[in-house]
Design a binder for this molecule. Structure first.
Ligand code: ADP
Length: 245
């Protein structure tokens, strides 16, 4: 089976700082991959290379659904297939919730306003904010805004969803409402890559976990292997410092 996403010998430098070190990784259709590791280990950079928010070195290759992530030609296809949810929501503050979600389906996918509204309403209801559509982002709680951001990504009906620490800027009481929405997507067939500091969540939702440190993938495994049977001292000491079983 062809992977939905593959990294082959991927390196990334910020000037002379080596942020991704020889990354090799395959993610298959429908798989849920969680990326864990200390702050600054490269989780966000790895995710951002997938939809070309960051460039990577010419020596390696990232392939997304058969397209090489490199030139402008492949970029349009990749951006259509790959949705992203950011740490800080990134909703358009001057647009209503409904307009935030219909914008890309109308502008990028060419849907009619009527079709786009139908899809937007469907996904906004699914994530529990269907009654908020006329409001503006700053009238919603952080948890609600992040759920709108998830609906906005879903409205493009992507094959792949990227989550870059989706709960890191939320107040603690809002973390679970967002994690529950993400968990509910896990069996819909969409391929998901999630950078997260929420270890219990990663353990319960992931098919595969990678532990990163200092720009490298230190260990790959299923949740049981990583959390209960890790073979790497660095993984164990990270988990001992952040995770109480
Ligand atoms: P994580 O998501 O694991 O916290 P990041 O991918 O954000 O890690 O960052 C990895 C490393 O790259 C960090 O040391 C960070 O300071 C550095 N870095 C990230 N973005 C930039 C940038 N735009 N310019 C320079 N260094 C960066």
């Amino acid at each position: 089976m062809q992977p939905m996403i593959s990294f082959k010998n991927v390196n990334k430098y910020y000037k002379d700082f080596h942020a991704l070190k020889n990354i090799n990784l395959s993610v298959y259709e429908g798989e849920i991959l969680c990326i864990i590791g200390p702050s600054g280990s490269g989780k966000s950079t790895l995710i951002r290379c997938i939809n070309k928010l960051e460039d990577y070195d010419d020596t390696g290759e990232i392939i997304v659904n058969s397209s090489i992530v490199r030139d402008e030609k492949s970029l349009k296809a990749i951006r259509k297939e790959v949705g992203m949810v950011f740490q800080s929501f990134n909703l358009y503050p001057h647009l209503t919730i409904l307009d935030n979600v219909t914008l890309a389906p109308i502008r990028v996918s060419g849907l009619s306003v009527v079709e786009a509204k139908k899809i937007a309403n469907n996904f906004l209801t699914k994530v529990g904010v269907g009654d908020q559509i006329k409001k503006y982002p700053n009238q919603l709680s952080g948890g609600q805004q992040q759920r709108v951001a998830i609906a906005r990504a879903l409205a493009m009906q992507p094959k792949i969803l990227l989550f870059d620490e989706p709960t890191s800027s939320l107040d603690p009481e809002m973390v679970n409402e967002v994690l529950d929405v993400i968990k509910n997507l896990a069996n819909t067939g969409v391929t998901m890559i999630i950078a997260t500091h929420e270890m219990s969540f990663a353990r319960s939702v992931a098919d595969k976990i990678i532990f990163m440190d200092n720009g490298s993938i230190i260990e790959v495994g299923d949740p049981v292997q990583i959390f209960d049977n890790s073979q790497e001292e660095r993984t164990q000491s990270f988990l001992n410092s952040v995770y109480v079983k």
